[in-house]
Design a protein around this ligand. Structure first.
Ligand code: BGC
Length: 441
């Protein structure tokens, strides 16, 4: 049987990623909280409620979990509506709590990476039209400046906005996020404003902190044509251009080209210091005349797909390699800012995790500058419109009792973090069913 150890570069960052609304609890003052109170918005009528109770201090025990299992980095987000509860009011107490979390990471020797905007928008801004209103651009930059001034002595890795493309399609192309619109024009306007918001925040952050490293967490999703028809190919290209390319290319060139909206945004040119890549899966695209509201396309998984617990994702590590290859074109350091799978039973995650980390190793071995990996996520959390029906945590979690349970994947990931490698023993011990795929004869 072939055996080998796949070693990662020394100093590699191993961590998990979280987001404020999904773990803090009682975020009463943003659009998602309001959304959850409306009937029919969230699967099973679930609500974020106390979530993982981080706002009450339970981040301490969860950071211990991460630290004790050899993670040396953590990505979390700050909640805008807590720090700026009203247009002209700033809450120093909220900043103090985030400072305590940063100190908590420092004590545990973990590198912090802060996300400034992870899907939630304060209600006062929503009342002004949210990201459809260009005023959001400067407001976000001002918020970012304040945060960096307050917390910059303990953190210098910043993600301005998490997944602008998912925020856009979720909220404005019928994807189940607030404000629940299906309006292409509004969607493209939002995307353009998010891009401008990022660019303005990039400058504000660098003015406040010269050593800052700033990026976006970009959701890259592979799109492959489901058949050879020219219309299907056209749809696939369209998805690629609008969802995958428009925003990241504008960060290089200052030219935003979302096919149906083209705009020169020169201030966005060269506004990232690293690429943050969120990868989950690839999909097939098929042209379908009946689906007007979905830009005449149907998305699906291949027939031989290995689907996750709720059919949400395909285990497609080749797609991860394609995504990393795509990210490498920008010639910047790459962080995998999210990657993971929902699996309450924890019999799929180990396979997904091992194969994805092996795929990442192969890309690094090809000289791709991946510097760190943040698994989604540490403990089960509130999965947006899917509520508590999906379990992405290394640790399981009961939202009623707050009880955490250690899944086997914890030990698998810990072994990889501790040894900074994937060994044949680890594969044999935690997931022998993928041995042949990782060590083909
Ligand atoms: C988001 C996370 C989310 C994860 C899994 C990503 O698109 O950034 O907030 O929980 O997907 O659904």
């Amino acid at each position: 049987m072939p055996r080998a150890t796949f070693t990662f570069p020394s100093g590699f960052y191993w961590g998990t990623a979280t987001a404020a609304h999904q773990v803090e609890g009682n975020n009463l003052n943003n659009d998602w909280w309001a959304w959850e109170q409306q009937e029919g918005r969230i699967i099973n009528g679930d609500r974020s409620g106390r979530a993982g109770d981080w706002w009450a201090g339970r981040w301490r025990e969860d950071f211990d979990r991460a630290h004790e299992t050899y993670q040396n980095a953590h990505r979390f987000s700050v909640e805008w509506s807590r720090i700026q509860p009203e247009l002209d009011r700033w809450d120093e107490n909220a900043l103090d709590r985030y400072r305590a979390m940063l100190l908590g990471l420092k004590e545990r020797n973990m590198l912090p990476m802060i996300t400034l905007h992870h899907f939630t928008t304060p209600m006062w801004l929503v009342e002004m039209g949210g990201w459809e209103n260009e005023a959001a651009v400067d407001l976000f930059a001002e918020f970012s400046r304040r945060v960096v001034e307050a917390l910059g002595s303990h953190c210098n890795h910043w993600i301005t906005i998490n997944e602008p493309n998912v925020l856009m399609s979720g909220g404005y192309l019928g994807g189940g996020f607030p404000p629940g619109k299906n309006d292409l024009k509004a969607a493209l306007k939002v995307m353009s404003n998010l891009l401008k918001g990022h660019a303005a925040a990039y400058q504000a952050i660098h003015t406040a902190q010269s050593e800052a490293r700033v990026g976006i967490a970009h959701h890259w999703r592979g799109f492959l044509p489901a058949n050879r028809s020219p219309l299907t190919r056209y749809s696939t290209n369209l998805y690629n251009k609008v969802f995958n390319e428009a925003l990241p290319q504008a960060l290089i060139t200052g030219k935003f080209d979302a096919v149906m909206l083209k705009e020169d945004i020169p201030q966005a040119k060269n506004t990232q210091d690293f690429i943050g890549l969120n990868y989950y899966t690839r999909e097939l695209v098929r042209f379908d005349l009946r689906r007007r509201s979905e830009m005449y396309t149907q998305l699906s998984y291949p027939k031989d797909a290995e689907l996750s617990e709720t059919g949400f994702l395909n285990n497609d590590p080749q797609g991860f390699m394609a995504g990393i290859k795509w990210a490498a074109q920008f010639d910047l350091p790459i962080y995998i800012t999210e990657n993971g799978v929902e699996d309450g039973k924890d019999d799929f995650r180990r396979k997904y995790l091992l194969e994805h980390l092996h795929a990442m190793w192969r890309m690094i071995n090809n000289n791709t500058p991946v510097k760190g990996y943040f698994h989604w996520t540490l403990v089960d959390n509130f999965e947006w419109e899917r509520g508590w029906s999906q379990r992405f945590g290394l640790w399981g979690f009961d939202p009623v009792t707050q009880l955490r349970t250690r899944r086997k994947s914890v030990d698998l990931y810990a072994e990889i973090c501790r040894t900074n490698s994937i060994t044949a023993e680890t594969v044999e011990k935690y997931c022998p069913e993928v041995y042949d795929r990782i060590y083909p004869v």
